[in-house]
Design a protein around this ligand. Structure first.
Ligand code: IVH
Length: 681
C-alpha cells in the first residue's frame, strides 16, 4: 500500500508533467477533466496532511493569501540591458566591433525575437524554484515568487534527474494578444480602466499583491538567458535554448543561427515577417554571439554587454486626422468613445476607426476632435490612439464633454462606484439590444448568416425583434420582412433558413451568445465541458462553478446573478420552446482516444468543404490543438489551395502535410462516430 506521502509525491510529479505537456508543449496527454480529478485528489491529501505542504506543489498554481508588499533582494549577477540599434548600418558596425575584439577567433550569431514584456530572473536550487525576481534597478529586484508560481508554463521543478545546485534562468513574462484583448474587454464591461498595451497589463498584473488574482491573468513567459550558476555550463547560446527546452522552459518560438552578418540581416527580415504570428508583442530582435565562452573576453559596458545588440523594427504606427468621435453602446450598456479617422494604412491594413476606451483615457491623452493623432495597430489588437500630435492641433479644438445621456435612447447615464465607464442602464435601450443581437448571431456564437448590422438595426427599429428569442419567431412576420428595404423573397428565405439552422448549435455557442457577463468563448467551452445542459448550469452553485479553471468567485457570482434574473429565465424558456439546442451534444473528448488527440495542427490556405472555424472546432473536439504558426512542434499541417509560407515552412521542417480531403478521410475512418461527423458538418 502506498503511503499518503508516496501518493502525494507521485501525484505532484504526474501533475507537473501534465502541466508541462499542456502549457509548454501544447500537447496534452489527458483531458482537462482528468487533470482536475488528479488535482482534486492531491488537494484533498494535502489538506489532510498539512505537514507535507510544498510551495511548489501544483495545487499552488491558483495563488495564495495576499501579501502586504514585496521584499527587495539583490541579484547575484546584475540584470543589465541591451544596446539598441535602429538600422542595418548599426548592425554592420556591431559586427565590425566584434571582429575587432575577437581578431581571428571564429564566431557566429543567433537572432531571436525581442519580446516586449517584463524581464524576470528565476532561481532554481537543486532543481526547485526558490525565487523569482523582477529586474528592478538591475542590481536588486522585487521578490514576486508567489505571483510567478501561478504562471502555468513556468516549471516549478527542473526536468532533470541530477539538477545543479544553482541555476538562474532569465527571460520575459508577457501577456499574449488574445488574452490581453479578452482581459481588456472584461475590464471594460466591468467599468475598470483598460490597459494601454500587453506590457502594461503584464507589469500591472505582476505587481498585484493577491496572487490568486494574478493566477487569473493570462500570463505566459519565454526564457533565453542565464544569471548565477553552479554545477552546470552551456557552451553556446543556441545550445542553451535547446537545453532550456529540455529542462521544461518555453523558449522563443523561433531563432536563427547565422554564420555571418549577411545571414543575420536576412534573419532580422524573416523574423519581422513573423511579427503577427507570435503570440506576444515583439518590439525588435536580439542579435547575440553564439559562443558563450567569448562573452567574458568581449565584456560589457556599464549598461550593456558587447556580445549582444537589440535591433528595433519600425513601430506599426501611423499619423492621421481624427475627424469625429462617436459613442458606441455595448451590450452591457458601457459607452465607448470611438475615433472616426481619415483612413490610413498601418501594417498592411486600412484603419478608419480606433477605440478611445473611455473618457478618463481620453482626458489623460488630451484627445480632441480635429486633432492629428498617432495610431497603432499591433497584430490582432484593435487599433488604438497612442497620442496626439499637439503641434498640429487646430484652433478651438475642444474635448468631447463627458456624457450625460445615452446617445441611443436618451436615458441618463451613470458611473458606478469604483468604475471608469459610463453606462446606460435602461433595459430597453435599442443600442444595447443591437450589440447583444449582433453578438448572439456572431460567428463564434450562434453563427447566423445574413444578419448584418443594417438588418439587425432595421429589425429592432421595426420592433420585429427585441431579444434573441424573437429571432426564432421571425418566420411569423414574413410579410413584414418582405416589405423591408433590399429584402427580396430569396433574402428572406436565406435569413429564415440561417436562423432555423442555428437551432442546432453547440451548447457552448449558445452560452457564448447569451452574453453572460464576463463569459467569453473559452469560458463558455469550459462550461460546456462541465455541464451536460443549460438546466444543470442553472442549478450550479458557486462552489461547483469555481472548480472550473477560468472561473473565480467574482465570475461565478456574475454567472449565477445572470442566470437567476427573471428576464434570463424567460429568454431561456422561449429559446427552449423555439427548439434551440440547450444540451451538450457529445461527451467531452477524452483527448487520448482519437487519432488526432494531442497533435498540434496548423490550418492554412483555403478550405473548401468547411469554414475555418468549423475545421478548428472539429479538430478541437478530436483532441487536437490548433495553432496559428508552423514550428518544430507542429505535427500536422492541413493545407488548402493558396497556402504559402506556412506550407513551405512545414516542407522545410519535414512536417506531414495533408489536404482537406486527407483530413476528411482520416476523420471518417478514424474513431469518431458517424453521428459525430454528421453533426459537425
Ligand atoms: S538578452 C544582458 N534576449 O529586452 C542582457 N533580452 O532591452 C541580456 N528582452 O533586458 C538580454 N527579449 O528584458 C534578451 N530574446 C531576448 C529578449 C530580451 C526581450 C528584453 C530583456 C532585456 C531587454 C533589453
Amino acid at each position: 500500500m502506498a503511503t499518503p506521502e508516496d501518493r502525494i509525491h507521485s501525484l505532484r510529479e504526474e501533475l507537473h508533467t501534465h502541466n508541462h505537456q499542456y502549457y509548454v508543449l501544447a500537447a496534452p496527454l489527458i483531458t482537462d477533466r482528468e487533470y482536475d480529478h488528479l488535482l482534486k485528489e492531491l488537494e484533498e491529501l494535502e489538506a489532510a496532511h498539512p505537514e507535507l505542504t510544498d510551495p511548489n506543489s501544483p495545487t499552488r498554481r491558483v495563488g495564495g493569501e495576499p501579501v502586504e508588499g514585496f521584499e527587495t533582494i539583490a541579484h547575484d549577477v546584475p540584470m543589465i540591458s541591451l544596446a539598441n540599434s535602429y538600422d542595418l548600418e548599426d548592425i554592420r558596425a556591431f559586427d565590425q566591433r566584434s571582429l575587432k575584439l575577437l581578431g581571428s577567433t571564429p564566431y557566429s550569431y543567433v537572432v531571436e525575437p525581442k519580446v516586449d514584456g517584463v524581464a524576470m530572473s528565476l532561481r532554481y536550487e537543486d532543481g526547485v524554484l526558490v525565487r523569482a525576481l523582477t529586474r528592478g534597478d538591475g542590481r536588486s529586484g522585487d521578490d514576486i515568487t508567489s505571483n510567478i508560481r501561478t504562471i502555468s508554463s513556468i516549471p516549478l521543478h527542473l526536468r532533470i534527474d541530477t539538477p545543479p545546485p544553482v541555476l538562474e534562468i532569465r527571460g520575459e513574462v508577457y501577456m499574449n494578444r488574445d488574452g490581453f484583448a479578452k482581459l481588456n474587454d472584461q475590464r471594460e464591461s466591468e467599468g475598470h480602466a483598460v490597459f494601454a498595451n500587453p506590457r502594461n497589463a503584464t507589469a500591472g498584473s505582476l505587481k498585484l499583491l493577491d496572487s490568486r488574482e494574478v493566477a487569473r491573468r493570462p500570463l505566459d513567459a519565454v526564457w533565453y538567458g542565464l544569471g548565477a550558476m553552479d554545477g552546470i555550463e552551456f557552451e553556446t547560446h543556441s545550445g542553451l535554448l535547446e537545453q532550456l527546452t529540455k529542462l521544461g522552459f518555453k523558449t522563443p518560438p523561433s531563432f536563427w543561427t547565422c554564420r555571418d552578418i549577411e545571414e543575420v540581416i536576412s534573419a532580422l527580415e524573416e523574423n519581422e515577417q513573423k511579427r503577427s504570428e507570435y503570440p506576444f508583442e515583439m518590439d525588435g530582435a536580439v542579435v547575440k554571439i553564439d559562443q558563450r565562452h567569448l562573452y567574458e573576453e568581449m565584456g560589457s559596458t556599464a549598461k550593456s554587454p558587447r556580445w549582444a545588440m537589440a535591433y528595433k523594427y519600425e513601430p506599426e504606427q501611423a499619423e492621421t486626422l481624427l475627424k469625429d468621435i462617436t459613442i458606441q453602446v455595448g451590450r452591457t450598456g458601457v459607452l465607448t468613445p470611438v475615433a472616426e479617422l481619415e483612413p490610413v494604412q498601418v501594417s498592411g491594413t486600412t484603419v478608419s476607426r480606433a477605440t478611445l476606451h473611455n473618457w478618463e483615457e481620453m482626458e489623460r491623452k488630451d484627445i480632441r476632435i480635429g486633432d492629428t493623432v498617432v495610431i497603432e495597430k499591433a497584430g490582432e489588437i484593435i487599433p488604438a490612439v497612442v497620442r496626439v500630435v499637439k503641434e498640429k492641433r487646430p484652433h478651438g479644438a475642444a474635448p468631447l464633454p463627458t456624457p450625460t445621456t445615452c446617445p441611443a435612447c436618451g436615458s441618463p447615464v451613470v458611473k458606478r462606484e469604483g468604475e471608469v465607464a459610463w453606462r446606460c442602464e435602461h433595459p430597453g435601450c435599442p443600442a444595447k439590444s443591437q450589440s447583444w443581437i449582433r453578438h448572439f448571431v456572431g460567428r463564434r456564437a450562434m453563427d447566423i448568416d445574413h444578419m448584418g448590422e443594417e438588418i439587425v438595426k432595421t429589425l429592432l427599429e421595426e420592433e420585429l425583434i427585441a431579444t434573441p428569442a424573437d429571432l426564432y419567431r421571425l418566420h411569423d412576420s414574413k410579410s413584414q420582412l418582405l416589405e423591408m428595404e433590399r429584402m427580396g423573397e430569396k433574402s428572406v428565405e436565406n435569413l429564415l433558413q440561417a436562423i432555423e439552422d442555428s437551432k442546432d448549435r453547440e451548447l457552448w455557442q449558445l452560452l457564448h451568445g447569451l452574453g453572460i457577463p464576463m463569459v467569453g468563448e473559452r469560458t463558455a467551452q469550459q462550461l460546456e465541458d462541465h455541464f451536460a445542459d443549460l438546466d444543470e448550469l442553472m442549478q450550479a452553485d458557486r462552489e461547483t462553478l469555481v472548480v472550473i479553471p477560468d472561473i473565480g468567485e467574482k465570475m461565478a457570482d456574475a454567472i449565477r446573478d445572470y442566470l437567476a434574473k427573471e428576464t434570463t429565465r424567460t429568454l431561456i424558456q422561449e429559446l427552449r420552446e423555439a427548439g434551440v439546442n440547450l444540451k451538450r451534444k457529445q461527451e467531452p473528448v477524452t483527448a487520448t482516444d482519437t487519432p488526432l488527440s494531442g497533435k498540434t495542427v496548423v490550418l492554412t490556405g483555403t478550405l473548401e468543404e468547411m469554414t475555418r472555424n468549423e475545421a478548428k472546432e472539429l479538430l478541437r473536439k478530436l483532441g487536437a490543438i490548433v495553432t496559428g504558426s508552423v514550428s518544430k512542434k507542429t505535427d500536422l499541417v492541413v493545407a488548402g489551395p493558396g497556402a504559402g509560407s506556412k506550407r513551405a515552412k512545414a516542407e522545410s521542417l519535414g512536417i506531414e502535410i495533408w489536404s482537406e480531403q486527407d483530413l476528411l478521410q482520416a476523420l471518417e475512418s478514424g474513431t469518431s462516430s458517424e453521428a459525430e461527423q454528421r453533426e459537425l458538418f
